[in-house]
Structures are given as C-alpha cells and as structure tokens.
Design a binder for this molecule. Sequence first.
Ligand code: NDP
Ligand code: MG
Length: 382
Amino acid sequence: MKKIAVLGSTGSIGTQTLDVVRANGDIQVAAIAAGSNIKMLEAQIREFAPSVCGVWDEDKAKELAGNVSDTNTKIVSGMDGLMEIAEMDGYEILVTAVVGMIGIRPTIAAIKAGKDIALANKETLVTAGHLIMPLVKEHGVRLLPVDSEHSAIFQCLNGEHGNKIDKILLTASGGPFRGWTREQMKSVKLEDALKHPNWSMGRKITIDSSTMVNKGLEVMEAKWLFDVEMDDVQVVVQPKSIIHSMVQFEDGAVMAQLGTPDMKLPIQYALYYPERRPMGGDRLDFWAMKEITFDKPDFENFRGLALAYEAGKAGGSVPVVFNAANEMAVAKFLNREISYLEITDIIEASMRNHKKRENPTLEEILQAEQETYEFIKGDWGK
Ligand code: NDP
Ligand code: MG
C-alpha cells in the first residue's frame, strides 16, 4: 500500500489527487491539509480517515476538531501544522498542491525527512530551487513533477540515460487573450480572465495562465527540475494543449508527450512512477483533430513572460520578487482592487525597486517576499 500526504487537498490539484486515489484503491492518505475549507476537509476525513489534518486558519481548525471529534484524525493548524505533516512518519510521498510560496518550508522539511515530493506547487521551486535541488540530491529523494508540461518533459526523458538536453520546448496555450494587444487588454474583466480555453484550475493559476506569468514560472521550474539554462527553454504556443511539451536532443531528435488536457494523468504518473496505470477518460482522436498549430509567444504584449525570463536569468532573489509581486498583484486583481494590466506593472515595478541578493537563504527569501509586499502596499512607487 502506497501512503501519501496532500497539502492543499481541497483545491483543484488536491481533489484530483484524491480522485486518483479513489480510482486506484491502493493508496492510503495519511494526512491532508488546506487553508480554511473545513466542510470539504470534514468530508475528506470521513472518506479517507487520515491520521492528521491541517487547517491554516486557527479558528477553523478548532471548529473542525469539534466537528470530527468522533473520528481518529488529529487536527493541527498554521505553519506548525503543515510542518508536522511534512515531517511525520507513516507516508512516502508528499503531494504539494498548496498555492504560493507558503509551500517552501513544508517542502524543505519533507525532503529532509526523506519524503518523495510530487510537486504541483511551482512557486516553491521558482523561489527556492537553489536550496531545494541540492537537498533532493543530498537526501536521495525523488522530485516528481505534477505540472503537466514538466511531467511531459519528465516522460520524454525516460530511457534517455542522461543524454544531454539540447532544448526544452515548453508548450503554452496562450490563454484566453492570445493575439491581443495591451491596448485591448486594458478592459479585461475578472470574469474574462477566469475563463481558460482548455484547463479548469484554481483561480490564481487561471489568472497566471491568462497573463502568461504561469508560463514564465514554468520556464523557471523547468530550469531547476531539468538542470538547464533559461535560454535552453523555448516557449512554443500550441493553442489546443494537445502536446504537453517536448525535448530536443543534440542529434536534433524531438520527443513529445501528447494527451487530452487532464491533470489526473500527470498526478497519477507522479504517484506511481515509473509504473503506468490504466486510466479512464477521453483519448486523443487524431482523425478528428486533423491539425496541431504552433506559434511564437508575444513577449511584447505579454510582459509577464518577458519579465520571467529576466528574473530567471538574473537569479538570486529576483525570482522571489517576481513571484511574490505576482502573488500579491493577482490577489488584488481577484479582489477587484487593481486593473488587469496592473498585475504585470506591479511585477515590473517590484523588480526595478529590488536590490538583488545572491544565493538567498530561506530567511532571506522570506524577507525578500515581505519587502516586496511592503513595497506594493506602499503604492508600489506610483
Ligand atoms: P487551488 O486554489 O484550487 O487550491 C489551493 C489549495 O491550497 C486549497 O486546498 C487551499 O485550501 C490550500 N491552501 C491555500 N492556502 C493555504 C495555506 N495557507 N495553508 C494550507 N493550505 C492552503 O489551487 P490549484 O490546485 O489550482 O493549484 C495548486 C498548485 O498547483 C499551484 O502552485 C499551481 O500553480 C499548481 N498547478 C495547478 C494546476 C491545476 O490544474 N490546477 C496545474 C499545474 C500546477 P482552501 O480550499 O481551504 O482555501
Ligand atoms: Mg502547467
């Protein structure tokens, strides 16, 4: 019996992870955690009987503890709770499906405790990849990508026995505003940005996909996961999300992984790697599909992608600022406090304001995050 813990069990990736658990029937869920959705957590506790459940919000944690006092699940809260789950015995794979930099500390703690990581929480690797990758090596654990593009790249590298990657071709749908100018994007409403053409995901990543900041985060994620330079990752727009990404080798051969847009495949692949399990759902129908089209990304109108390359190449604390600024700007946009284009304006202003630190420690990463939030709260130099 495989045993897992899921941080972010009530979210898009978290619930799909539990769908995979349900469909397979041979995985035990040792722990779950979420922010505040205690109604769903209670249902998950009753279905999966985890030994520990974390709730970020302390009051909600108390309320949940009262509601499930008839079960054997221990309720923990806050960062201490996430850390307790990361370090506890009784499971092998931690699925990191929380959203944002909140995932850094538990991910590091779990690696140190010898857990394999099924990584959905890309913000953690983008901001702390220089700390995480050496730890993964040192503790001999696996870092298994859940992000569909990175799972595709990981699958393309199967059987390559360390053959050098010449180039990663990271596919992008281009989002709902593909082909738009910034002038046209001025009037984008929250509701428009929350409509992704191919994938149904959490709110933050859906906005990130529309600005192409998500693709920028993914280029940085690929840099760490596959030990390549930013310029070795080429973003290729492929609007239908059929090719999930490709790898070009030194002899010019290109390997690709294709499939319908369904996150359950990369989730299941990460949980059972290297085994493939049967999975229901639609199959690609190449006769019906007829064509797959490709394009170059528009770096001018999608500033977020250009800024991500800049941040990734600068390294040090700059990706932290890029990511933290985006997290706060997207939260503000979701709250209808700023306009759509201000998301990338805030990222840019934060990067320009920042004095880079090389090789930031965990404390320095969290400090750069706070400084970025303070800068944005102080009207971000407007
Ligand atoms: P969601 O917003 O759907 O879910 C986020 C989850 O994190 C929820 O369970 C939420 O709990 C929990 N959470 C939020 N804050 C905290 C906190 N402080 N402590 C503990 N738990 C918390 O996000 P997604 O599932 O879409 O994304 C999760 C991660 O996976 C992101 O990093 C994203 O970039 C990545 N990813 C997502 C994909 C997708 O298809 N959705 C694809 C590829 C990557 P609550 O419900 O209580 O708020
Ligand atoms: Mg992705």
